[in-house]
Design a protein around this ligand. Structure first.
Ligand code: VGL
Ligand code: ZN
Length: 199
């Protein structure tokens, strides 16, 4: 047994119906994730936490005249703008209250630099700044991914994990997307790159 579970952004802003970037069905994946964590299948359980300062460049509110889902040019390419979310130490940034956080071995906080967004658990969106996680899973590990959002942070994390030389699965029944269509496309894209998509 040498398999780890990486839970992406199972936080109130994505998983609670009152969250700032609520992904429909987000609350329904919490119990499946708890069951995975309790299964005894995993050596290590890592959870990521989107963790932005209030002045983060991904927030539409920080760009005059912009609204959520507008796209802007930044130093590392294109950046989608979002409603303000996962502000450090806020309710929205906290893990969902039913998530069995006592099972986590590591928590990786990402997106804490005001000028870089971070979808991936491994590298921020400039694809150079490390979160540190590649030092734990730098290649040859079996990694299962669950969480939110399938079409952004789960996808970006799974692709980086693959690029690092790991064996990567996405547990589709324990993930939700920003949109259902985006999630379906993301699963197809990940599959085409060599990610195993499991129920
Ligand atoms: C995410 C948009 C902005 C995610 C994070 O967790 O997929 N999406 N920040
Ligand atoms: Zn974010």
């Amino acid at each position: 047994m040498n398999k780890s579970l990486i839970i992406i952004d199972a936080q109130n802003d994505f998983a609670d119906p009152n969250g700032a970037l609520y992904c429909v069905g987000g609350e329904t994946i919490i119990e499946p994730i708890n069951r995975l964590m309790a299964s005894g299948e995993y050596d290590l359980i890592v959870a990521t936490q989107d963790w932005h300062p209030q002045n983060h460049l991904s927030f539409a509110a920080n760009h005059a005249g912009k609204k959520p889902l507008d796209i802007i040019d930044v130093s590392y390419g294109k950046q989608v703008l979002w409603a303000s979310h996962c502000v450090q130490d806020s309710f929205g940034a906290a893990f969902h209250s039913r998530l069995d956080t006592f099972r986590f071995n590591f928590i990786v906080r990402k997106g804490a630099r005001a000028q870089i967004d971070s979808y991936s658990a491994f590298f921020e969106n400039d694809k150079v700044t490390s979160t540190g996680l590649e030092r734990l899973f730098g290649g040859g590990y079996e990694l299962d991914f669950a969480g939110i959002a399938t079409d952004f942070c789960v996808k970006s994390s799974a692709i980086d994990a693959l690029r690092l030389g790991n064996k990567v699965s996405v547990l589709a029944g324990a993930c939700v997307g920003v949109t259902a269509e985006g999630a379906a496309n993301a699963l197809d894209e990940m599959r085409s790159l060599g990610v195993l998509i499991k129920p």
